[in-house]
Design a binder for this molecule. Structure first.
Ligand code: ADP
Ligand code: MG
Length: 382
C-alpha cells in the first residue's frame, strides 16, 4: 500500500510526500466497557490500518485528501483550528490531532498536503478512527521534528477524539493502535493508563463478522451505559467500578436498582475475566481463554444489555462450530461486529456456513474478515 500511496500523492499534489506513517485497526479482545470504569482491557492490533502521506507547504494552507473520500478539503492558513461540518467532516480527525498537539505544547506543522488511505472497514468496530488519528500524529510530528513517546502519541489520539471530534471513547482504541505488536495482545490498565503486551499462543486466528447493523441510538446508549456505571459506582461508595469486587456488589445490592446491579456485576465480573484471560494466556491455556471470551459475551448479552439479536446469533453459531475457541461482540456493542478466536483449522468453508445461516435468518450477509495480529503505529520510509 505504501509505495502506491506515494505515487497517488505525487499524482494528486505534483510532488513526493516527505513522510509516510501507518497505524493499525484493533480488536477488543476482552474487557467490555471496562476502560472508562478504570478496569483492565486486552486488545489486538490487526494487520490492516490507515496510512498517511504528508508533505510540508510554505503558504500555511492545509490540504486534506483521503482515498476513501471524493474531494480534497482545504483549510486556509488563517482559519482557526475548529471542527468542520458537512461532507468533509472526516478532516476533524487530523485537525483534532493538530489541536491536541497545541494542547500538549507540541510544535504543529503550519501548512501541508495530506493524503490518507485505508484497508480497514469504517465504522465496523475496528477503530479506523484511532488508526487515522495515530498515523496523522506520527506524520505531523515527523514534519516538525517532535519525538513523541508512545504514551503521548496514544493520549494525543484520544484527546483529538474526545475533545475535537466529540466521541467520549476510553483509551482502548488508541492504546492498542499505538502499542500493538505482531503475535501479541496489548494489555491496558486503564487507571494509569499503563500499557504492556502479552504473547498470543501460536496458531490462533481471528475471524471478524461485521453485521453492518448499528443501533439508531448507539451514541446515546453508550452514554447511558457510561452514566449507569457512574451511578452504580456512587451507590456502591467507590470512585469507579474497578474498585468494587463481586462480593462488594452483592453485599450492597439493596442500594442499587436491578438495572444498576446488572451493569455493576457485568463490569466487576468482566474485570476478573480479563485478569483470568491474562493468566490463561501466560499458561498457554487457549481453551480457557476461549471460554472466557464467550462468557464475556454472555455477560454483555444478559447483564450489560449491549448486545443485539444479530450479534447473539453469530456468537451462538460460532461457538457451535468446530475449531472455534470462543466468540464475543467486539467494541461498544449495540450492533457492529463479532470476533471469533479459532485454531488454524477453522477455514473459509466454516466461516461461510456461519454466514449462510446468518443470511437465512436476517436476509443479508455479514462481512467476513480473517485477520492476524499486526504491529502498532510507525513511521514508514516514503
Ligand atoms: P470506527 O473507528 O469503528 O471505524 P468511527 O465512527 O469511530 O468508526 O470512525 C470512523 C470515522 O473515521 C469515519 O467516519 C471517518 O470520519 C474517519 N476515517 C477513518 N478512516 C478514514 C479514511 N481512510 N479516510 C477518511 N476518513 C476516515
Ligand atoms: Mg472509532
Amino acid at each position: 500500500m505504501k509505495s502506491a500511496l506515494s505515487e497517488r500523492f505525487q499524482r494528486l499534489y505534483g510532488r513526493a510526500p516527505a513522510v509516510l506513517a501507518q497505524a493499525p485497526g484493533r480488536i477488543e479482545f476482552i474487557g467490555n466497557h471496562t476502560d472508562y470504569n478504570g478496569g483492565p482491557v486486552l486488545g489486538a492490533a490487526i494487520d490492516r490500518g490507515v496510512t498517511v502521506a504528508l508533505a510540508p507547504r510554505d503558504d500555511g494552507r492545509r490540504r486534506f485528501a483521503s482515498e476513501q473520500r471524493p474531494e480534497v478539503a482545504t483549510v486556509e492558513a488563517e482559519a482557526p483550528l475548529a471542527p468542520v461540518t458537512g461532507s468533509a467532516s472526516w478532516v476533524n480527525y487530523p485537525l483534532g490531532v493538530l489541536a491536541a498537539f497545541a494542547a500538549y505544547g507540541l510544535r504543529l506543522p503550519a501548512g501541508f498536503d495530506y493524503l490518507a488511505d485505508s484497508d480497514l472497514p469504517v465504522g465496523a468496530g475496528l477503530s479506523s478512527s484511532a488508526a487515522i488519528e495515530l498515523a496523522s500524529a506520527l506524520a505531523f510530528a515527523h514534519l516538525t521534528g517532535e519525538r513523541l513517546t508512545r504514551d503521548t502519541l496514544v493520549l494525543i489520539g484520544r484527546h483529538a477524539e474526545n475533545h475535537f471530534v466529540g466521541v467520549p471513547c476510553g483509551i482502548l482504541d488508541q492504546g492498542v493502535s499505538g502499542f500493538g505488536r505482531k503475535d501479541h495482545l496489548v494489555f491496558i490498565d486503564c487507571r494509569g493508563p499503563v500499557f504492556g503486551t502479552v504473547t498470543l499462543p501460536a496458531g490462533v486466528h481471528f475471524w471478524i463478522f461485521n453485521t453492518h447493523t448499528r443501533h439508531a441510538l448507539v451514541d446515546g446508549l453508550y452514554a447511558e451505559r457510561h452514566r449507569e456505571c457512574m451511578d452504580a459506582a456512587r451507590a456502591l461508595g467507590v470512585a469507579q467500578l474497578a474498585e468494587a469486587s463481586p462480593s462488594h456488589v452483592a453485599d450492597r445490592a439493596s442500594h442499587l436498582s436491578i438495572k444498576l446491579q446488572r451493569r455493576a456485576r457485568h463490569v466487576v465480573d468482566e474485570i476478573i475475566r480479563v485478569e483470568a484471560t491474562l493468566a490463561a494466556l501466560r499458561a498457554g491455556d487457549i481453551s480457557t481463554v476461549g471460554a472466557l471470551l464467550t462468557a464475556s459475551h454472555r455477560s454483555s448479552q444478559s447483564l450489560f444489555e449491549n448486545s443485539t439479536v444479530e450479534l447473539d446469533f453469530l456468537v451462538d453459531a460460532l461457538v457451535a462450530s468446530p475449531h472455534v475457541h470462543g466468540a464475543r461482540l467486539t467494541g461498544g456493542g449495540f450492533g457492529g461486529a463479532v470476533m471469533a478466536l479459532t485454531s488454524e483449522a477453522f477455514d473459509d468453508a466454516g466461516a461461510a456456513r456461519v454466514a449462510d445461516a446468518y443470511t437465512q435468518r436476517f436476509g443479508r450477509p455479514p462481512d467476513i474478515l480473517h485477520t492476524q495480529t499486526g504491529d502498532g503505529a510507525s513511521l514508514l520510509s516514503p
